[in-house]
Design a binder for this molecule. Structure first.
Ligand SMILES: [Zn+2]
Ligand SMILES: [Zn+2]
Length: 116
């Protein structure tokens, strides 16, 4: 009769294993989904902040172009060629510094290095 006992037990063990797997599968699925959701949200927040910053920059530039006339020369080297507006702080959209194109791009290159 051992064979019958074994078979019966085997079926029980198998069904227990199956059950265990099933439970775990659900667990894993929930964990995966949770991870995905958190990741997705994080990505969306990063993306949102990025486009928000870009929008702020664009608005600041537009407002400054409209409201603030450029000073006669670059506040760094005194040059009068290719003058541009630089925003030290994009939240203060009307506070701009006049810089020539050369000084402006040099300044941004420096800022980028400092940020990194
Ligand atoms: Zn300059
Ligand atoms: Zn600038």
């Amino acid at each position: 009769m051992w064979l019958a006992y074994y078979q019966e037990n085997r079926a029980k063990i198998l069904s227990q294993q199956h059950k265990y797997k099933e439970e775990h599968r659900e667990e894993n699925r929930i964990r995966d989904r949770k991870y995905y959701q958190e990741h997705k949200t994080q990505k969306q927040i990063v993306h949102k902040n990025y486009s928000l910053t870009n929008r702020l920059k664009r608005l600041a530039k537009e407002r400054a172009r409209y409201h603030v006339s450029l000073a006669g020369n670059c506040s760094n080297c005194g040059g009068t060629e290719q003058l541009e507006r630089h925003h030290p702080d994009y939240d203060k959209d009307l506070e701009v510094v006049t810089l020539c194109k050369k000084c402006h791009s040099r300044l941004h290159a420096t800022l980028k290095i400092e940020e990194a």
